[in-house]
Ligand binder design. Sequence first.
Ligand SMILES: [Zn+2]
Length: 180
Amino acid sequence: MFPSLLLNSVLSIAQLINPDANFIKLKNQLQHYGFQVNIAIPPDNSLPEQQTDFQRRRLRKPYGLFNAAEKSIWINPIVFELGIGNSVLIHETVHAAQFCQGNGSLQALKLDIEPIKQAQPYFKRYRDSHYQTLEKEAYTVQTQSNSYELALALLNKYCQKNLVNRLLKEAFNFRLFQNL
Ligand SMILES: [Zn+2]
């Protein structure tokens, strides 16, 4: 009886950490543009400063994290259990588009859409106005009815350009090297 019980719990864990097809497609697209996507508990470093009431809860790990220095994204496995895996990845995808727009440091995309009222406390908690603008965009996209398509389109729009420029630069350097 014990082994089957063990097998059952292994199976249920596997089912919990089981992203759907959209999640995998978006994750692959992020990786295509050179972002490392980790399905693991985010590390403590590089968390922006937040208001006191949120600081009290700082022991709770965030659901997602974007690390610009490492060009990496962290997705806390608990989000699959909560059924919000896609929503969290969509949020981090907006930061990836901001990263491409800023060429390595996050820069606002200046979207012409407004966040829903319920999203306001989530970005207003950031003290730094730059962070607040970046988070406002991420929460705005995340709460749209077409959030998935929108995030994918933004990623392609801002990071495609970046990828082409990088490849052109590499090709140019290669030619330069060949001429020497
Ligand atoms: Zn964010």
